[in-house]
Design a protein around this ligand. Structure first.
Ligand SMILES: Nc1ncnc2c1ncn2[C@@H]1O[C@H](COP(=O)(O)OP(=O)(O)O)[C@@H](O)[C@H]1O
Ligand SMILES: O=P(O)(O)OC[C@H]1O[C@](O)(COP(=O)(O)O)[C@@H](O)[C@@H]1O
Length: 301
């Protein structure tokens, strides 16, 4: 069974307009509200590919109830912990000549609720997969992902981490199965700007030397580079297509990778191909890719 954890779910309020001008009143030409947050998106795309998973994490207030309602309405299986105070965040996504996002802070998570999540995670069994994805609210210690991996050590659970900065850096020594920084996030870890595949590979190799098993570096419209646990570098370009909304493309890629890895019994080239197919299919559509969207891109790769 796959479990995804979203510490800080969101309602993604996506607005489209031709041009966006900072410091001015901008008017939307199209608007949508989606359940969001990285783990939730991973679960939804897995669901679209008929792979069951359970969504864990924290929700609060009317926004939290709506996130859960929308997640379930889209086929999600949820076991969120409900916070007594505050509201889950609303993340604003502006899709214009460029894409701009304002991600909210999210509610305070009291210690006893955090412990309740850890208790849920303790029930995972050998062979299960745990996806820890997204940011955490500022009052949670930034070694929380590390604490979780430490608890899971030696229990035969495959862990995927999609996070940034210290949240990501601190877990690497626990040998996560997969990490998926984008090239910007990878560069941030080493305080460098990454431009070429060679530069990206050098940094990915450093993360692997520190413990990460598979390092999947997403490159937006340029595809992705995978440094596999077999030591090989796999590289694929994104297919041609029209960008509609890239929110959730990275999460879709994680779901596609896991789906491809399972279906091919561990073929990393195939996992990367499915990862790119799911990521690009989501980028080419208004929201997360369906199975048919993914199949169409896969066939064109
Ligand atoms: N403009 C785009 N055109 C085609 N594919 C895209 C585009 N943006 C994202 N993707 C697909 O989604 C994957 C993840 O996107 P990326 O933007 O790198 O992730 P993140 O959202 O985590 O920053 C890419 O590797 C690619 O397959
Ligand atoms: O937890 P963070 O880093 O603030 O990110 C949350 C946001 O990222 C998303 O999960 C999308 O992520 P990706 O575009 O990287 O796939 C949104 O649904 C959500 O608004």
């Amino acid at each position: 069974m796959i479990y995804t954890v979203t510490f800080n779910p969101s309602l993604d309020y996506v607005v489209h307009m031709k041009t966006f001008t900072a410091g001015d009143i901008n008017r939307a030409e199209q608007e949508m509200i989606y359940p969001g947050g990285k783990g939730i998106n991973v679960s939804l795309v897995l669901g679209n590919l008929h792979i069951p998973s359970k969504m864990l994490g924290f929700i609060a207030g009317f926004t939290g109830r709506e996130i859960e309602r929308l997640a379930k309405a889209n086929g999600g299986d949820t076991d969120f912990i409900v916070l007594d105070e505050g509201c889950s965040r609303i993340n604003l996504k502006v899709s214009a000549d460029d894409e701009t996002a304002v991600n909210g802070m999210g509610p305070h998570i009291p210690e006893e609720k955090l412990q309740a999540l850890l208790t849920q995670i303790d029930t995972l069994k050998a062979g299960d997969t745990l996806v820890l994805a997204g940011s955490i609210s500022s009052d949670i210690p930034d070694d929380i992902y590390e604490q979780i991996l430490k608890r899971l050590q030696g229990r035969g659970i495959r862990v995927v981490v999609d996070a940034t900065g210290d949240l990501l850096k601190n877990v690497i020594k626990y040998k996560p199965f997969l990490i998926k920084p984008n090239n910007f996030e990878l560069g941030e870890l080493f305080s460098v700007d990454l431009h070429t595949d060679e530069e990206i590979t050098v940094c990915a190799k450093q993360l692997q030397a520190m413990g990460a098993r598979n390092v999947l570096v997403s490159l937006g419209g340029d595809g992705a580079l995978l440094l596999g646990e077999d030591g090989q570098v796999y590289r694929r370009q994104s297919p041609n297509g029209t960008l509609v909304n890239s929110v959730g493309a990275g999460d879709s890629m994680v779901a596609g990778f896991l789906a491809g890895f399972e279906a091919s019994k561990g073929d990393l080239n195939e996992a990367l191909k499915m990862g790119i197919s799911a990521g690009s299919a989501s980028a080419f559509h208004e929201w997360l890719a369906t199975e048919d969207d993914i199949k169409e891109v896969y066939a064109a790769l």
